[in-house]
Design a binder for this molecule. Structure first.
Ligand SMILES: [Zn+2]
Ligand SMILES: [Zn+2]
Length: 141
């Protein structure tokens, strides 16, 4: 592995927040001031080809990258735009969840969920409670 690839890989490993190439570039720059965005893109492509990292695509957003190679699904939060890893339950095989005919050959599996992350869900339920309290106060007055 080249020095640049190592820095890109370590930058991605440092935070499990599925950054875009530009975000990785911004984070890698202080560690390696000579690195360019084009180099980051090249390194990411090579790392994907070597299956050390994965592409994460969502709608028309720019590609994000994931260094978690364990089987997992992605939760896309429509509140804050974050992407969270959802691991498979202990001892469960992801194949068990879907009925895949024997003749089918699967080369890639991308399982995704949309919703609210824990932080946004908490915020929303607090706001709902707040609204509820306000409306009950109003009706009493
Ligand atoms: Zn992931
Ligand atoms: Zn969120």
């Amino acid at each position: 592995m080249t020095e640049q690839r190592r820095v890109v890989y370590e930058t991605l490993m440092a935070q499990a927040d599925h950054p875009t190439a530009v975000e990785i570039f911004m984070r890698a720059k202080p560690k390696m001031p000579t690195i360019s965005l084009a180099t980051v893109y090249n390194c990411l492509e090579t790392l994907v080809d070597c299956r050390l990292i994965r592409h994460v695509h969502h709608d028309r957003e720019s590609a994000r990258y994931c260094a978690n190679l364990a089987e997992h699904a992605h939760l896309y939060c429509y509140g804050c735009g974050s992407v969270t890893d959802l691991p498979v339950r202990n001892g469960r095989k992801p194949e068990d969840a879907w009925q895949v005919p024997g003749e089918v050959i699967i080369s890639q599996r991308d399982v995704s969920f949309r919703g609210l992350c824990a932080g946004c869900a908490e915020k929303q339920s607090a706001e709902t409670k707040d609204l509820h309290q306000k409306s009950t106060k109003k009706s009493k007055a």
